[in-house]
Design a protein around this ligand. Sequence first.
Ligand SMILES: [Zn+2]
Ligand SMILES: [Zn+2]
Length: 175
Amino acid sequence: MTDASSSDLHVVEQHEMEMGDVIAEQENHEYVDDRTKRLLSELQKHWLTNYHNSREKALVELTERLHQEFLADQQKIRAELLQQFKEELEQTRAELEAKYRDQLKQESTKMLEKHRRELSDAKKKQWCCQCENEAIYHCCWNTAYCSVECQQNHWQNHRRICRRRKSSSGQIPGQ
Ligand SMILES: [Zn+2]
Ligand SMILES: [Zn+2]
């Protein structure tokens, strides 16, 4: 062997060794790659599962929240409607009461007026001292009769206090 050939052989050997290293490394790389791939795949599966679960959970939560909001809104609307209805009812009741009070006031004013008129008329009228019918004939103060008959029948009682006694000389007026 020459130095050169020896040197060449060394180079070849070294090369072969390097090649072997590269192959080993490549194999190693491939091995790592496979492991990494598996890991990545598992991680991906894990993440996907997590993602799906989270998404499912989020959707359920969102649905639940929307449902709650819907219920709350409905309740609010119902409460508002009820409140509005109560207010309208109260207003109607107040209006009716005011109207009724006015009518009652007018009615009672009319009644009172009528009563006053009747009382006034009654006061102006005189009543028969004998039978308490409305009087037509007036004898003297506070004494009147509905008819001559009543006046004559009452005369026995009335003659002692009759204020026309002196002027009429104890005679029955009209006779
Ligand atoms: Zn009479
Ligand atoms: Zn008299």
